[in-house]
Ligand binder design. Structure first.
Ligand code: ISE
Length: 338
């Protein structure tokens, strides 16, 4: 009998494959027990070289297996809800890629199901909380060593968007991370969202307006602005600057060797989120495995998934109407209060 956490990974696409390789090669006390994908060829290819792992096309089959202790959900967001409810019914640890679910109503049902279970089983894949600089900035806010945090300025730039990336997805797929980051830094809920759309790049697909500017307000009045620019071409960049009463903190400068050659100097830009946040993803998955084996849960919770879904709903309405839209949140259940 294995003492490792035996994980079923649901979805063997871009993020699922990244996690399968991570679990197999870089995560202690974990093993890939099953991979589920609706495409059987893709599922089989994903377990190549992983002894003992099975490839199936039905999530229910993997979740019903006695060989599975925990589940990592990496399907597209609209497929999460059903799998989450099945996994909660089995009372097993769950790591669910963002978004928890695509809308606040379905996310709230997940929160209620977990609350009924009476203990936290869900960790949501907001990996930035495990990035060393993100954690350091949150620590500076908590310690108040620079006084109160007043404003945040975020930049979120992607090289290009995959086919079908709509205007709303700038909010739901990309800015969702910034909603969570602002909540993480401030320890507060976001109360209102505004979106401004100005001059667009000629490099975005038809119908998509890019870049956009998102403005958030938190409970104590901290303002956070985000430049979301998803067809920036040059590569991937996620950075932030925080203005405090007694100082400024910047995070997310590209690090790595600075090279002088051929009459120029510089470094490399990460091509995508897998590279930029590789260490954060490793730490996130290891923390989930460790907590799961200890019978606990940590990190971003189902409540965080629900609250960010509510922010996204406000963001999409703000994008559509040009108005400042308040974020509507239900009361926070006791399970998530500590
Ligand atoms: C993608 O789904 C992610 O989660 C990335 O972290 C984000 O940078 C990107 O904009 C999203 O499309």
């Amino acid at each position: 009998m294995s003492e490792n956490l035996r994980v079923a990974v649901i979805g063997a696409g871009r993020m699922g494959m990244d996690h399968i390789l991570r679990l197999h090669h870089r995560t202690a006390r974990a093993e890939v027990a099953a991979v589920v994908d609706i495409d059987p060829t893709r599922a089989r290819a994903a377990i190549a070289g992983i002894p003992g792992a099975s490839a199936v096309t039905d999530a229910g089959e993997a979740l019903g297996s006695a060989d599975v202790d925990a589940v990592l959900i990496a399907t597209p967001g609209f497929l999460h809800e059903d799998i989450l409810h099945q996994a909660l019914a089995r009372d097993i640890p769950i790591l669910c890629e963002k978004p928890l679910t695509p809308d606040p109503a379905s996310a709230w049902k997940v929160v209620q199901a977990e609350e009924k279970l009476g203990r936290r089983r869900i960790q949501v894949g907001f990996m930035r909380r495990y990035d060393a600089e993100y954690a350091a900035l949150a620590g500076i806010v908590r310690s108040r060593e620079l006084g109160d945090l007043l404003m945040l300025h975020h930049q979120h730039r992607n090289a290009a968007t995959p086919a079908g990336f709509t205007n709303e997805m700038l909010i739901n797929d990309s800015v969702v991370h910034e909603f969570d980051a602002v909540r993480f830094f401030t320890g507060e809920e976001i109360t209102a969202v505004q979106v401004r759309i100005g001059k667009s790049t000629g490099n975005s697909p038809v119908g998509q307006r890019d870049p956009q500017q998102v403005l958030m307000e938190t409970e104590s009045g901290v303002l956070a602005d985000v430049e979301i620019y998803v067809n920036a071409r040059f590569g991937y960049q996620v950075s932030a600057q925080a203005a405090f009463e007694d100082g400024i903190v910047s995070i997310g400068a590209d690090t790595g060797p600075l090279v002088r050659t051929d009459g120029r100097w510089g470094g490399r830009v990460a091509p995508g989120f897998e590279q930029r946040f590789s260490a954060a993803y490793d730490a996130e998955v290891q923390a989930w495995v460790d907590a799961s084996l200890a019978g606990t849960a940590e990190g971003p919770s189902a409540w965080d998934g629900y609250a960010t879904a509510a922010c996204c709903a406000a963001g999409v309405e703000a994008q559509r109407t040009g108005q400042r839209v308040p974020v509507a949140l239900n009361g926070k259940p006791a399970l998530y209060l500590s």
